[in-house]
Ligand binder design. Structure first.
Ligand SMILES: *[C@@H]1O[C@H](CO)[C@@H](O)[C@H](O)[C@H]1NC(C)=O
Ligand SMILES: *[C@@H]1O[C@H](CO)[C@@H](O)[C@H](O)[C@H]1NC(C)=O
Ligand SMILES: *[C@@H]1O[C@H](CO)[C@@H](O)[C@H](O)[C@H]1NC(C)=O
Length: 518
């Protein structure tokens, strides 16, 4: 869940931040060995440097651990680092030296930070969704996507912070969780980092990791990616397994990469997609995975001949800086051969964007209770075994968890639901109808490859239908706060969306590293 709630008042911290700023901007760790610059390096560049013996995984992990140590006290993008990271880096370096088959995989020796609602079992890290309630819980196994990352050679560097409970607890600001405090936007520290995959977006934007994983139920990959000037892929629901991911909604939850470039995100996507017998949705969705994976769609001229729909109402607001830049980008897309179909409408858009009118809130509350209870029961050990336990925990430790300030209104509303009853079923059917008559109809009638919108406000349209979307950096507002552009499409159309997103990124190259403005 992503919301655009206003950031915490930071008056107390602001003077402290000014002092820390000097430290932040004084980083001199850019150059590692043999003149290779790790900062902003892509996965392909890192792999090339490995191959040319200009870089080792140890050097790379040391760099990121150093940056986490330096930046995290302010940014709070990481919640834990893996105590085994350096050992795993040494192992990767040996594998590369002896040319072990594993070393040929695309993410071999690449450090990845995964959101703290994604289970890690192979080491000493916790999986808590940012909450003290789950500290010390023991997961039965790695999340399927974590196993896939490890099989692809990746090094789990640590866990990324998040809006606590993926923003499904109360009214906490975006990026805040009890365990690690308030995550900060590295471009403008006082700005919203958005959420709930805030730590993933913050950390990868600030070069605290090579690549990261986030999760989305409604906006939680697309929104923080937009606000932190990084690329987020929100895959079709079921393309990536949710096994071992602390759930909100089986209908809407999805796991996806948050990275600095489209290509990096695609390498991660290739590693994590696939059928998992522990997540039924992956059976249906695995038919979408193209033979040879998604890399083949990284075409520099991917915009050529693509039909792109523009839905202005209510996504494009007249007169804003963001809109001015957006109009300019539309011209660029035309120049790159895209056919832009403007002034389109999505039927019942006001209902789709209204949580209560659409039925989305009803389904999320009911699904959350059922699926969280099931997740908690499946843990090997845990201080809490049900949503009721978590609510009681929060009440007991209200000072620690800022319960009084932020409350747990969503938890409480979920607790009184009674499973997937007739109201929920009616809501499902309404949501399906809204998608069928909305995005599905528009895209088929106008033969669109994608709908293009500024920022991440289109996330709800994509969320309720299980549709994919990609955020690409698009600009910076007058205060220097980043914003993205979102390419959304129908289920399984990741190949098209990747061509479009990569074509756009190559034509514009908007991303720049963060400046840590106060
Ligand atoms: C996991 O939590 C325990 C407390 O239960 C803590 O001692 C440990 O350091 C945590 N692990 C990491 C990697 O931070
Ligand atoms: C926004 O601007 C366009 C012209 O650029 C105009 O046609 C449209 O009516 C405006 N919309 C609103 C709500 O002012
Ligand atoms: C959302 O829908 C409800 C009816 O379900 C309505 O009462 C409310 O005014 C709507 N909110 C907005 C912002 O349109």
């Amino acid at each position: 869940m992503a919301t655009n709630s206003s950031p915490l008042s930071v008056s107390l911290l602001s003077s402290l931040l000014l002092i820390l700023l000097a430290i932040l901007s004084s980083g001199s760790l850019t150059i590692s060995s043999h003149g290779f610059s790790i900062r902003e390096a892509t996965v392909a560049e890192l792999q090339l440097a490995f191959k040319q013996n200009r870089l080792t995984s140890r050097k790379l992990v040391e760099f990121y651990l150093g940056e986490i140590q330096r930046l995290n006290p302010v940014l709070r993008g990481a919640i834990e680092v893996n105590p085994d990271a350096l050992r795993l880096a040494d192992k990767a370096d040996i594998e590369r030296k002896v040319k072990a088959p594993r070393s040929l995989h695309g993410l071999h020796g690449i450090p990845v930070l995964v959101k703290d609602n994604i289970a890690t079992k192979d080491n000493k890290m916790n999986t808590t969704s940012g909450s003290f309630a789950l500290l010390g819980s023991i997961v039965p196994r790695n999340a399927f996507v974590v196993t896939k990352l490890i099989n692809a050679g990746a090094i789990i560097l640590g866990k990324a912070s998040l809006s606590e409970w993926a923003n499904f607890r109360g009214l906490a600001p975006n990026g805040w969780c009890a365990r690690s405090g308030q995550g900060k936007n590295p471009y403008v520290l006082s700005a919203d980092p958005c959420g709930s995959s805030s730590g993933s977006a913050i950390s990868v934007a600030a070069n605290m990791a090579a690549v990261t994983l986030g999760t989305e139920t409604d906006g939680s990959i697309l929104c923080p990616s937009s606000y932190n000037s990084v690329v987020g892929i929100k895959p079709t629901v079921g393309l990536t397994s949710r096994d071992g991911v602390i759930p909100i909604s089986p209908k809407q939850d999805t796991v996806g990469p948050i990275c600095r470039t489209v290509a990096d995100a695609v390498y991660v996507l290739d590693a994590i997609v696939g059928f998992d017998r522990n997540d039924a949705a992956t059976r249906e969705a695995s038919k979408y995975i193209p033979h040879g994976g998604y890399k083949q769609f990284l075409k520099p001229y991917g915009l050529n001949k693509k039909r792109l729909g523009i839905v202005r109402n209510p996504f494009v607001v007249n007169g804003s800086v963001v809109t001015k830049v957006f109009e300019h980008h539309i011209q660029t897309m035309r120049q790159r051969g895209a056919v832009v179909v403007d002034n389109l409408k999505i039927a019942n858009i006001d209902d789709i964007l209204n949580f209560s009118a659409s039925g989305e809130l009803v389904t999320l509350l009911a699904e959350f209770k059922v699926s969280l209870n099931s997740y908690l029961k499946g843990l090997v050990a845990s201080p809490v075994r049900s949503l009721a336990d978590v609510i009681a925990f929060n009440n007991k430790f209200s000072k620690l968890e800022k319960i009084k300030e932020y409350g747990q209104i969503l938890f409480e509303a979920a607790q009184v639901t009674e499973g997937i009853d007739s109201d929920v079923k009616e809501a499902y059917s309404n949501l399906a109808k809204l998608s069928r008559n909305g995005l599905e109809k528009l895209m088929r009638e106008k033969k669109l490859d994608a709908v293009v919108t500024p920022r991440s406000n289109f996330a709800t349209v994509l969320a309720i239908g299980g549709y994919p979307g990609i955020n690409v950096p698009a600009g910076y507002d007058s205060n220097g706060v980043p914003f993205g552009i979102c390419f959304g499409g129908l289920k399984g159309t990741e190949p098209n969306l990747i061509e479009i997103a990569y074509g756009f990124e190559q034509a514009t190259k908007i991303r720049k590293p963060p400046s840590f403005k106060p």
